[in-house]
Each structure stands twice: as structure tokens, then as C-alpha cells.
Design a protein around this ligand. Structure first.
Ligand code: PBG
Length: 325
């Protein structure tokens, strides 16, 4: 019997190009942006080379250069100076959305993260109960719906709640629809896990849970890494409540979740290559232990292979260049 050769189709770049399956495309990328109130100059973020805590002015210049590099989809995180436990004022972030849309209009697509963690003194994603040992779901959802509405009114193309409270998708959809904002897209961080890979982000967004709050981590609202079934239930619920786009977050440790769920649900899937994953690759490259471009491309290829139609990555602004090389 002749030997089966799998290497025949690996032998030269032409046949490799023709036989390739998943291929991330620059159009699929979303670039996260941070805009911070009350800083005089933009600030670097540990681990996230080339990503900044922007001032309102530098945000606009950064977007201009991003558009020139070939990325036109963004996920904005607003970091207000004043913090409150409830009746939160969302006007700082709303003002930034309005400024971005005024300057760039339909040249870009602007999604905005909806959460409480950067706007509360305790750093949790919702409203704490009086004894500060858990989050009050109904009170949290009320704040989240107000934030989403303020952002959509300011011109966000998409709102993306990342808090993991129960019922927020339905509440946000209803608030938008009741206010004539039925065209605003709703992207749910549906399968968001309680992860150790959010470190650089929490510095960037000033959103780490403060120990003094009583609740020290987000385990009581984010999905346990071992619970694939909980991710499925979370996605089923968010679909029923009207989510347009579903997300798995983080990416690489949860490719099985993305592959399984993207086969089960026909909705478009986003994957969030979170700050710690991105920073990990950057650190390898900085140490000369991996080729930067190849390593990023490999991670992105895995996401598309597993079923993602869009990739939120801190390297989105390099995607056009890196994927062409
Ligand atoms: C907060 C939020 C987090 C991220 C996006 N929105 C962090 C968290 O849940 O603590 C993480 C993104 C990243 O690490 O890049 N609601």
C-alpha cells in the first residue's frame, strides 16, 4: 500500500496558500480604546505596547492614525474622574462618543463597553448591597440600562455590556427600543469568564475590585473557567433577550467554548483577545522567544478557525500590516 502523504500539500508556499482554511482578514478586527478624564497627557499601559490611556484630544488623533492604518471599528472604554455607587453620571463617556462621531461620522463603527467598574469607588461591575457582600442585580441593571441609553443617544453604533448581571440584555434592548434607538446594535459579553488574564486592562480602565469593598473578586458574577454549561446557559438567555452579537472572552483558553457555541448559535460571534493574552505574546516577542507577527497571527487564526467572525484585539491597528506580511 502506498504511503499517504500529508506533506505533499505542505511543500511550497503556493500550495500552502491554496489549501489554507481559516484566514483572519483585517476587516474583522475591532480596536479597543481607553479615554480617561482628568489626565494631562496620554499614558502608557503596562504590558500593552502601543495602547494608551488617551485624553479626549489624543483619542481623536489616535483614531485618525488608526483609520490611516486600516482599522475602522473600535470598542471604547470611558474612564470618568468622578465615581459614584449609584445614579452614576455617564456624561463623560457620552461626550467622548459624541465627539468621535462628530469628527468621523460613518467612517468608523463605534462600539462602547457598558459597565460600572470604571465608574464606581469599589471597582465592581454593578451596585453593591448595603453590607457590601454581593451585587444587587436589579439596581445594577438599572444603572447599566441608563449607561447604554446615554451612549446610544450620543451616537454609539453598538453597546456592549460586560458586567454579567442577569437580565441586562433584555433591559437594555427595551430601553433602547422605547427611545427610538432600535437600530443600535447590542453585543453581549455572553460567555465571559472569571479570568486571570484581565490584569493590564484593569490598570488601563482603573477597574480592579478594591479589597476594601468586601467583595474581593468577580467570581460571584463572571463564569467559572470550568463551567462550559454555564456559558451555554448564559448565551441561551442573552439570545432570548435580544442580543445581536455574542462574545466569548478571553479567547485562547476558551477556544472550545467558541467552537461549540458558534456551531450551536447562528448569531455572529466575537472573540475578545484580552489584555493578558495580548501582553503575553508581546512579552514572548520582547524576550526574543517568539516572532511577534507570526505569534499574533497564529492566535488570530485560531479564533477564526474556532468560529469567530470578529476579533477584538489590542493589535487590531496592526492587523492589516501583520496579515499581509
Ligand atoms: C470590565 C471589563 C473587563 C474587560 C472588559 N470589560 C475586565 C474585568 O471584567 O475585570 C477585560 C478586557 C481585557 O482584559 O482586555 N467589565
Amino acid at each position: 500500500m502506498t504511503q499517504i502523504s500529508l506533506r505533499r500539500l505542505r511543500q511550497d508556499p503556493h500550495v500552502r496558500a491554496l489549501t489554507r482554511g481559516a484566514r483572519p482578514h483585517p476587516e474583522q478586527f475591532i480596536q479597543p480604546l481607553f479615554v480617561v478624564e482628568g489626565i494631562a497627557q496620554r499614558e502608557t499601559i503596562p504590558g500593552l505596547t502601543g495602547v494608551y490611556r488617551e485624553t479626549p484630544a489624543s483619542l481623536l488623533t489616535q483614531i485618525e492614525s488608526d483609520l490611516a492604518r486600516g482599522v475602522n471599528k473600535f470598542l471604547l472604554f470611558g474612564v470618568p474622574a468622578s465615581h459614584a455607587t449609584h445614579d452614576i453620571d455617564w456624561s463623560f463617556t457620552a461626550g467622548q462618543i459624541a465627539a468621535v462621531k462628530k469628527k468621523f461620522g460613518k467612517d468608523l463603527w463605534l462600539a462602547v463597553d457598558v459597565c460600572l467598574c470604571s465608574a464606581t469607588p469599589h471597582g465592581h461591575c454593578g451596585v453593591l448591597n448595603d453590607s457590601a457582600d454581593h451585587l444587587d442585580n436589579a439596581a445594577s441593571v438599572k444603572e447599566l440600562a441608563a449607561a447604554a441609553l446615554a451612549y446610544a443617544k450620543a451616537g454609539a453604533d453598538c453597546v456592549a455590556p460586560s458586567d454579567m448581571m442577569d437580565g441586562r440584555i433584555g433591559a437594555i434592548r427595551a430601553a433602547l427600543d422605547d427611545n427610538g434607538l432600535e437600530r443600535t446594535v447590542l453585543m453581549s459579553y455572553a460567555a465571559k469568564f472569571h479570568s486571570s488574564f484581565y490584569g493590564p486592562f484593569r490598570v488601563a480602565a482603573d477597574s480592579a475590585p478594591k479589597t476594601a469593598s468586601g467583595l474581593t473578586d468577580r467570581a460571584s458574577y463572571q463564569i467559572d473557567p470550568s463551567r462550559a454549561g454555564d456559558a451555554l446557559l448564559s448565551v441561551e438567555r442573552d439570545v432570548a433577550e435580544g442580543a445581536d452579537i455574542l462574545m466569548v472572552k478571553p479567547g485562547m483558553p476558551y477556544l472550545d467554548i467558541l467552537a461549540d457555541l458558534s456551531r450551536q448559535f447562528a448569531h455572529p460571534w466575537a472573540v475578545y483577545e484580552v489584555s493578558g493574552e495580548y501582553a503575553g505574546i508581546e512579552l514572548l516577542a520582547d524576550q526574543g522567544l517568539a516572532n511577534r507577527i507570526n505569534a499574533h497571527r497564529e492566535a488570530w487564526t485560531g479564533f477564526v478557525r474556532a468560529g469567530a467572525s470578529m476579533i477584538i484585539s489590542y493589535g487590531a491597528r496592526h492587523a492589516k500590516e501583520w496579515l499581509a506580511s
